[in-house]
Each structure stands twice: as structure tokens, then as C-alpha cells.
Write a protein that binds this ligand. Sequence first.
Ligand SMILES: Cc1cc2nc3c(=O)[nH]c(=O)nc-3n(C[C@H](O)[C@H](O)[C@H](O)COP(=O)(O)O)c2cc1C
Length: 353
Amino acid sequence: MTKIGSIDLAPPFALAPMAGMTDTAFRRLVKRRGGCGLVVTEMVSSEGLVRGGDRTLEYAEYTEEERPVSIQIFGGDPARMAAAARIVEGMGADIVDVNMGCPVHKIARHSAGCSLMREPAHAAEVVRAMVQAVSIPVTVKMRAGWDATAINAPDLAKRIEDAGAAAVTVHGRTAAQSYSGFSDWELIGEVASGVRIPVFGSGDCVEPQQMIDRLRDTPVRGVLVGRGALRNPWIFSQAAALAQGRAPGEVSLEERGQFLLEYVDLLLQEQTQEADGFRHVAPGQAPTAPAPARGRERWVINKLRALNSWYTKGLDNGSHLRVAINTAESIPQLRDVIRDFFVTRERPSPACA
Ligand SMILES: Cc1cc2nc3c(=O)[nH]c(=O)nc-3n(C[C@H](O)[C@H](O)[C@H](O)COP(=O)(O)O)c2cc1C
């Protein structure tokens, strides 16, 4: 059994943090399909948390059914990161994760995200300050290094372990690579062999069998799946079936359509609950003012557009669905487009029945 601190990960497959994508609604839908042992929130600004910004708190929201849940924060100042970790602990999260992998200039220029990999001593100081501030496990998600001339994940993982981190995830690309090339699982294995804390691997698992293979063939203790889960949220339950020697279930078109319809419903509910003042908020924070109805619809439509750029990849006529969703202007239209594409197409027409 893989554990992070005292938290059991059963099974050791996790939904990777993905900014703009892995919101609480998406995470719940993935959990409901089974096989996912841990979910990680989108990255949340430590500054925003400490200042109590409403938008920031939204990113850190989660529900009980998502547990165990890890809240990922980014920042570069040890004291502020420690203060943010205390807020995360106060929100009841199971784990606080530090982003040391984001290559985006806006984040990396502030000695945060993957920039921390260029200052390993400072990165360890950030972790040490957080570990001293909270009793929940502190984990780190890093890349292979900053660029091909500075691959330092094995060294940084040791420093982070010495600083008290409970686990490390490595996405085996450099910041300079962004998403080009492939994740270097040999390097990830090297990191895993060099420390005692559990190491999780991330990168390029898009089929359930690949998750099983990585777990079996490399010394990692778990696997994170990002883009593969945006295309196929059933990937975790399919991998869990394979791990138990069962054939992974086929997902019907109707089920795929149902997933999107449920996503729309959950996103709308979330907005309504927010309007009613219900959500996980940090102590002393007031809930945000309700979004106007039109703004809410637009927000939900934009979320569906973002997910569909991944979800429709590889689907027959997926580009038609993308275009149709991109032109939907209201929630009823959006639901019709989804039903037309998935649910209607699933039933055989009388002519061929
Ligand atoms: C749209 C998108 C957003 C991401 N946001 C984050 C993030 O907020 N924090 C983080 O640590 N990694 C983030 N990542 C990286 C993923 O967690 C993961 O490590 C990477 O995509 C490689 O795994 P994959 O091939 O399974 O997608 C993001 C990736 C994508 C595609």
C-alpha cells in the first residue's frame, strides 16, 4: 500500500493538478468513476491565500467526496508559503503540495514554480518552513530540471526529503521542454531509487495499461495522470480493473455524453451554492458575491469549451462537437449539442435496428 504520511492511496493512481481543468466538479466526476486514489487541486497562489483573495479560494475549494485531497500551492517565499500551508491545513486538506514544475513565465519569474529548481537550497528552505508550520504531509511536484543543462531532479529530491517532505512527484520533462518531447521515466526511476520517501511519476500515460506498466517496471510508488484523464476520465477505473486482472470496461458514447451533462450540472450547482454562501472558505473569509446569471452561463460554457479541446480528441467527428460547443451561446443549447452528439448517435436508427 502506498502512503503519503499516514494517508493511504488506494490505488496509487492520482489525478494530476491541471490549472483551469481539474476544478472540484471535474475531480468529483473522476472520483465517482472509481480507481483514483488521490486528487490534486489546480495550483493556488500562496499570496492569494494569505491575502484571502476570493478567486484564489475558489481554486482551493473541494468537497468531502474527493478525499484524500491535496491542495497545490505556488510561491517562493518560505514564510508566505508556510502561512499559506497553515491556511490549507485550516481548510481541512489532507496534503499540501508545492508547485516546482510550472514553466510559465508569469509564475516562474517570481522564484516560484519551476524557477525553484534553479535555487535548490532555497527550494529546500521553502519546504522546511512549510513542514515546520503544519502537521499534514508536505509534498513537492517538480520537473526533470530547468533545461537540458540543468537536470537536477535527483539532487533536489534528496534535499527536499531532508527538509521533511513526505513525497515527491516528478514530471520527467524540463521547463524548457514545456510539453514537447517525452517524459523521461528513466530519470524518474533514478529519483525514486535515490530517496526513501515515495516518488510518483508523471507524464504521457494516456492508456490504462501504461499506468500499470510504469508502476511495475519502474521504482515509482504511484502514477499521476493529467491529459490522459481529460481525454478519458475512466482511465483510473480501467487501470484499477487491469491491476485486479479484470478487463477494463468499454465506455459507451452515451456514458461519455452523460459525463459532460453531469459536468454542466455540477458547475451550475457550484455557482448556485456559491451564491447561497456555501463553500469551503478559509477562517475569517467571506464568500464571494453571486455571479450574475449571464456571467454564470458564460463561465460554464467556457469551462466546457476548455474541457472539450481535450475530451473530443480521438473521437469520431470530435471536431464537429468542438465546433458545435464553441458556438453554443446558452446552457440549453449546450445540453442539446451534447445530447445530439452522444446520446442520439448511440441509439441505432430504426432503419438499421
Ligand atoms: C492544462 C494543464 C495544466 C497544468 N497545470 C498544472 C498545475 O497547476 N500544477 C502542476 O504541478 N502541473 C500542472 N500541469 C502538469 C501536469 O500535472 C502533468 O505533470 C503533465 O501534464 C504531464 O502529465 P500528462 O502527460 O499525464 O499530462 C498541467 C498540465 C496541463 C496539460
